[in-house]
Design a protein around this ligand. Structure first.
Ligand SMILES: [Zn+2]
Length: 344
């Protein structure tokens, strides 16, 4: 089958488009004929190499995918050939203490499709039965692929970790990324008031169209001052910070007393300057979040099916142009998701 492959860790020059063997379906797993896959920054991190990640090369990246079931492995009961399915990239063991509590993204043996295991940027991908859901009727393959990783991540961040409530204020740094736009929409359907920032006026305009109440350009205004003025010096109940080094101190100033900062990443660097007195004096809760469990994935996909949440898709490339698509993702110009389409 044809696939986008990483030949060895490095820059985009290490990406190729090549023939790789069709995977043999494992017991309990499902072989899916890919119709669409979506890009994530994770793909660029996997390309560059991550500490402790030892991959067999060439490696097929891609952690978001949707398609049609081609074949089911021994023991699979929930799916049959021809079903339209979408993917939660988490692969968990099912027997560690966290899996037994239903906390699959805390699994001590957690692996991600596309990171530790062969991914979705190929004509076929393979996943455990428990990591797949049927695509709701009326949802296109491109949308199903674009939706999963960012919305399941954002759902766990805001619903399970930050426990968002109606009438709360939420601040989101760097609007335009997949996770930040997912957080914006989840905050809106939860009844919260949403503040966003970006360096790009066009992205701020798009965010307001999606329901952001306040949008600040951090190059031309002091975001901390603006938020404190708008909230009567109180700050926001929740700050979503997946930007990291460049925004961490701002987050500590923007969050209200007793509020929380929730993070799922650090695109500008992992070791920011911090301010411990702000953390204890304001009694701030700092919450980490990664991916989601099976229950959370099911909940957020239900809202996709009801048309209450939709991933904005910026641009679609054919599978053969995976390299150009990742180059475009790296440029940071997109608002929402970049998708690879695989002809059926
Ligand atoms: Zn486990």
């Amino acid at each position: 089958m044809e696939a986008v492959v990483i030949r060895q860790h490095g820059d985009l020059e290490q990406l190729g488009f090549a023939q790789v063997p069709l995977p043999e379906v494992r017991p309990g797993w499902v072989l899916v004929r890919t119709r669409a896959a979506a890009l994530n920054h994770l793909d660029l991190y996997v390309l560059g190499g991550l500490p402790g990640l030892n991959l067999e090369m060439p490696h097929v990246p891609g952690s978001d995918g949707a398609g049609v079931v081609e074949q089911v492995g021994e023991g699979v009961e929930s799916f049959a050939a021809g079903d339209r399915v979408m993917l939660n990239a988490c692969v968990w063991c099912g027997r560690c203490e966290f899996c037994l509590q239903g906390e699959h993204s805390l699994c001590i043996r957690l692996k991600l499709i596309g990171e530790h295991l062969p991914g979705t940027f190929a004509e076929y991908f393979q996943a455990p039965e428990a990591s797949l859901l049927k695509i709701p009727d009326g949802v296109e393959f491109e949308q199903a692929a674009a939706f999963s990783l960012v919305f399941l991540t954002a759902w766990r961040m805001l619903k399970s970790q930050a426990r968002i409530q109606a009438a709360q204020d939420v601040f989101i740094h760097g609007i335009g990324s997949g996770v930040s736009t997912a957080c914006l929409q989840i905050a809106r359907v939860s009844g919260a008031r949403v503040f966003v920032s970006s360096s790009c006026d066009e992205k701020l305009k798009r965010a307001q169209e999606l329901g952001a109440d306040f949008a600040y350009n951090y190059r031309s205004s002091d975001v901390v001052d603006q938020v404190l003025r708008e909230t009567g010096k109180r700050g926001t109940d929740i700050v979503v910070d997946s930007v990291g080094a460049e925004t961490w101190l701002q987050s500590l100033k923007i969050v209200r007393k007793g509020g929380c900062i929730v993070t799922c990443g650090a695109t500008t660097g992992p070791t920011p300057a911090t301010n411990i007195p702000l953390i204890f004096w304001k009694q701030v809760r700092i919450l980490g979040s990664t991916m989601a469990n099976a229950r959370e994935y099911r909940e957020v996909v239900r809202l996709l099916g009801q048309g209450r949440l939709t991933a904005p898709i910026d641009r679609t490339f054919p599978l053969s142009q995976g390299k150009q698509a990742l180059q475009y993702l790296q440029s940071g110009k997109q608002f929402g998701k970049v998708v690879l389409s695989v002809s059926g």
